[in-house]
Design a protein around this ligand. Structure first.
Ligand SMILES: Nc1ncnc2c1ncn2[C@@H]1O[C@H](COP(=O)(O)OP(=O)(O)OP(=O)(O)O)[C@@H](O)[C@H]1O
Ligand SMILES: [Mg+2]
Length: 252
């Protein structure tokens, strides 16, 4: 549950963000703010700009105009400061992107040691706690290929958490997984949300969205077309575009 007070600066804020890929106007005047502890679910048709919006939040994509602020501070264009702010946002993608030749434990300790300057012993202690929290403690000494997709994705979450991010972004974290592994990853995300993590989640998992989202944002054609609570959005969509989308995914 989120509580808003006057002095609360949004953890993430996008102001009038526009972006093109060549002639394609992929983000159109995006205005969005995510409060501390809020879980924002982003849904919308393929190609609507969901991934691009996530990527602009930590400048994996540049923007043409507008502003992206993290805790009220504009994202720097480049350089050391950008790297530092990027490290403050965890990002989990569809593909797990673990280092194939490192152990699970090394995957989780690398960032804290190299980027945060933690000593190995404390980084390993934290890593083992996080691996236990996501349910893969016994896998610590294996390499990624020895784990299932669901286990690898949970390691990817633990790796992000080890960096003590201010917020976590998830871009379709379960869409590459076999059906029986989806829930084990969603359960970890539910726990994170309950623990108060600020989260932006792009997902097609409507059950998760209903249960966990504080707010749902619906994107189409590069715009935020609609936003509301899960009940408002799923039960009383305001626009034809959202109604069509919800009809199209029913029964899937
Ligand atoms: N690097 C790129 N260069 C050119 N066009 C791109 C690039 N990345 C994305 N696009 C285009 O921008 C539009 C938005 O893409 P984006 O990946 O953000 O959509 P999405 O909502 O995440 O879709 P999906 O649900 O399929 O993941 C699409 O038309 C896509 O083809
Ligand atoms: Mg996408």
């Amino acid at each position: 549950m989120t509580q808003h007070t006057e002095q609360d600066t949004p953890v993430i804020e996008l102001r009038h963000v526009d972006k093109h890929f060549g002639d394609l106007h992929v983000l159109r005047d995006i205005n969005l703010s995510v409060a501390r502890g809020e879980v924002l679910v982003v849904i919308g048709p393929s190609g609507s700009g969901k991934s691009t919006m996530c990527r602009t939040i930590n400048r994996l994509e540049t923007i043409d105009s507008g502003e992206v602020l993290i805790e009220g501070v504009p994202l720097p264009e480049e350089g050391r400061e950008l790297a530092a702010m990027r490290a403050e946002l965890g990002m989990v993608f569809q593909s797990f992107n673990l280092f194939a030749h490192k152990t699970i434990l090394e995957n989780v300790t690398l960032g804290p040691i190299e980027v945060l300057g933690q000593d190995r012993a404390s980084a390993e202690k934290t890593a083992r706690e996080l691996l236990a929290r996501v349910g893969v403690a016994e896998q610590a000494d294996k390499v990624p290929a020895q784990l299932s997709g669901g286990q690898q994705q949970r390691v990817a979450i633990a790796r992000s958490l080890a960096m003590r991010p201010k917020a976590m972004m998830f871009d379709e974290p379960t869409s590459a997984l076999d059906p029986e592994m989806i829930n084990e990853v969603l359960d970890v995300m539910v726990e994170l949300a309950r623990g108060g993590m600020t989260m932006v989640v792009v997902t097609h998992e409507m059950g998760f969205a209903r249960r966990v989202a504080d707010r749902v944002v619906f994107m189409a054609d590069g715009r935020i077309v609609e936003e509301g609570t899960p009940d408002e959005f799923f039960d009383h969509p305001k626009t034809d575009r959202a109604r069509e989308f919800l009809d199209s995914i029913k029964g899937h």
